[in-house]
Write a protein that binds this ligand. Structure first.
Ligand code: 3PG
Length: 385
């Protein structure tokens, strides 16, 4: 999606601002040719805003210094071994990021659904998720656990449309999960690339290779088959997931435009996004649900579930922030394409685990639709390479 914008393929890269045509000169080595292709921001990658931190460019430098220039001068005695070790270490690190991201996401989805089953106030639970993240980050900054970002009014202005889209996407997904099975919401959410391509094509005027359009057939077909055969289909749940997809596509477009040239790390970018979204969402949550409904519902949940409902709410809020934070941090380490594949795998782990934990009834044809949609998402990410 981001690459689909009619702008130079450039993006904020932590403290760097790079473009796909940047010439890199590796110290002590040969200059890197302009034909170097830095990771492109693919439509699937738009499931997260674009902010991406420093390491990938450093990694590219290292890879290039090893593969192009340095080997000629340094005769590569111990370097290949050292490089192989550092490459293995990097792979292990990315593996840990992925495992953490997926696990946190699975835990979030389980607690989120448990809360929504007992306390069906998605606007409040969405607000609490953002509030928990904001609080965690404010405390981290105050205690200097995390570096406080240097922001200005321009930063917050450019973040505003991103936060609006993030808020809509988040609330819509939570409303969806309050009405349908977690697995169904995520099956529909695996259709996000289709929204990305359609918005890029019809609103931004971008064109894609035929393989990209072809990959939409299994995505749309698979999601459609799942929706038609979903045993507990609910229109609000379905539309919530669809709106979430659309909102997240716009979030990523605004993110691309707004963050151009800005230098905020992935973790802090997400922290600021949470805070601004919290400010935007709170009045709407009060207007749509409001303290009276929340208080009455809470009494009911307390009598149905007991005091542990409070722990479930705390868990869903904290895990929401943690999985997002880790996913943004992993974006600092990997290319957008790898990220998008990781996000697809994440949906598989959420779909499968939630079906097992909540014993969601699934018809074989429904599962087939989900598998086709997920396969389509994978094919899409390959076609966007
Ligand atoms: C939300 O509540 O924001 C959604 O569950 C986000 O889902 P995703 O991060 O898997 O796209």
């Amino acid at each position: 999606m981001i690459s689909s914008l009619k702008q130079p393929a450039s993006f904020s890269h932590g403290s760097h601002f790079i473009t796909s045509r940047t010439n890199l000169v590796t110290p002590g080595c040969l200059p890197v040719l302009p034909s170097l292709r830095l990771p492109r921001i693919s439509a699937v990658s738009l499931s997260k805003p674009l902010h991406i931190g420093a390491p990938p460019i450093e990694r590219k430098r290292k890879e290039l210094s090893t593969s192009i220039g340095c080997s000629a001068y340094e005769a590569g005695r111990s370097e290949p071994v050292a490089d192989a070790r550092s490459e293995s270490a990097r792979k292990i690190k990315i593996g840990i990021y992925f495992a953490t991201w997926w696990s946190l996401n699975v835990v979030f989805n389980i607690y989120n659904k448990k809360v929504l089953n007992a306390y069906p106030y998605p606007w409040l639970t969405s607000t609490l998720s953002l509030a928990a993240g904001s609080l965690i980050m404010l405390v981290s900054w105050a205690l200097r656990i995390a570096e406080t970002p240097k922001t200005d009014l321009e930063f917050w202005k450019s973040l505003f449309p991103v936060a609006v889209a993030h808020t809509i996407g988040h609330v819509a997904a939570t409303v969806s999960m309050s009405k349908v099975a977690v697995s169904f919401t995520h099956i529909i959410k695996s259709g996000e690339p289709a929204f990305s391509v359609l918005v890029s094509r019809f609103i931004l005027g971008e064109t894609f290779p035929p393989t990209v359009y072809l990959s939409l057939i299994p995505i749309i077909g698979g999601c459609g088959l799942s929706a038609l055969t979903e045993l507990n289909f609910n229109m609000i749940g379905f539309m919530g997931a669809m709106i979430s997809n659309l909102a997240f596509v716009f979030r990523n477009i605004f993110s691309k435009k707004g963050m151009k040239g800005k230098s905020v790390s992935g973790m802090n970018y997400y922290a600021c996004l949470s805070m601004l979204s919290l400010v935007i969402l709170t009045p709407f949550a009060i207007a749509v649900e409001g303290p009276q409904m929340w208080a009455a519902g809470f009494q009911q949940a307390l009598s149905d579930i007991g005091p542990q409902i409070v722990w479930w709410m705390a868990a869903q809020s904290v895990f929401y922030h943690l999985y997002n934070q880790v996913s943004y941090m992993s974006l600092d380490e990997i290319s957008p394409l790898t990220f998008s594949i990781g996000n697809t795998m994440k949906r598989i782990s959420v779909i499968v685990s939630s079906i097992i934990i909540f014993q969601t009834p699934v018809q074989p044809v429904n599962a087939l639709g989900a598998a086709i949609a997920v396969l389509g998402t994978f094919l899409y990410s390959q076609a966007k390479k």
